[in-house]
Write a protein of this length. Sequence first.
Length: 85
Amino acid sequence: MSLNGNPDFMTKGGSLWRAAELPKLTFYCPVTGYVVPTGVCMNARTFANLEIEGGIVACPHCGNNHNWDKKDIIIPLDNDTSNGR
C-alpha cells in the first residue's frame, strides 16, 4: 500500500518503509541474460509468504515482453541495479 498515494513510501503492519529501501523483484531476460526489474518491491519474507501470479514486463534490454512468475524471481541481497549476472 502506498502512503497517501505516494509510491515512494509503503506501509506494512504499521511500519513505514521507503520503497527504495525494499529489494526489487527481478528476473533474468531469457534473450540477453540481463536483470529485468518487475516494478515490484518487497522483502524476502513477504515474498516467500505471498501467492504471486506474476505478470508481463516490457524488457528494457531486448525490447520483448516477458511473462514472469514466482519461480523466475530473484531477490537481490541489496539494491544492486547492475545489469549483469
